[in-house]
Design a protein around this ligand. Structure first.
Ligand SMILES: [Zn+2]
Length: 198
């Protein structure tokens, strides 16, 4: 995979957009503070931008896959209006503890789906999220991680997988730290603490 790309995986609810429980109404989409500027910075430095989101509302009957697809389309359009290309959108439709689901974060299945579809280099990629389940999913996939600490994590269950590489106050802060820790043009990130875990 000599030409594999690096990506920043973005949690959706609470990280990229304000969390509105069970929302699939495009009219209620609100970006978190400085989110679009953060995405522009990452895109300018060559990262693919990929959303990875748990959407148990599908399994629980709150909305259907078509409604989520319309929300994804609206999200892409809202970003495109500001010159940002969203390269991928991967959702786990399963309820918590569903047998056979390997994609609900903190599992890394969504990141691996994205890796296969887009030819990504996970060791050069990052995961940004507002809770430690996002951090764990990123670490388990072999990525470095940013916890956007905006008050949404409340449990703080600790494990070696749940130690973020960095902590940020918003998405622009996260993007700046990622850029600072990833030398320009470097296609191979140094081996990370997360990647060295068993
Ligand atoms: Zn799943």
């Amino acid at each position: 995979m000599a030409d594999a790309q690096r990506a920043v995986f973005l949690d959706k609810d609470g990280t990229l957009v304000e969390d509105v429980p069970w929302n699939v109404d495009p009219a209620l989409l609100r970006f978190t503070p400085h989110a679009v500027d953060g995405l522009k910075l990452l895109a300018a430095h060559g990262w693919r931008l990929i959303v990875v989101t748990n959407q148990p509302g599908i399994a629980l009957g709150r909305f259907d896959a078509d409604a989520l697809a319309r929300l994804e389309q609206a999200l892409c359009e809202r970003l495109a209006e500001q010159g940002v290309v969203l390269d991928g959108f991967f959702a786990c439709p399963h309820a918590p503890d569903s047998p056979g689901c390997d994609c609900r974060k903190p599992q890394p299945g969504l990141l691996r789906q994205a890796q296969r579809r887009h030819g990504l280099r996970l060791s050069a990629s990052w995961m940004i999220g507002d809770i430690l389940d996002d951090v764990e999913a990123g670490a388990r996939a072999g990525c470095r991680t940013v916890l956007m600490d905006v008050g949404n994590e409340t449990v703080w269950r600790a494990s070696p997988w749940r130690q973020p590489t960095c902590v940020a106050g918003d998405l622009l802060d996260a993007a700046r730290q990622i850029v600072a820790l990833s030398p320009a043009g470097a296609r191979d990130a140094p081996v990370t603490a997360a990647g060295a875990l068993p």
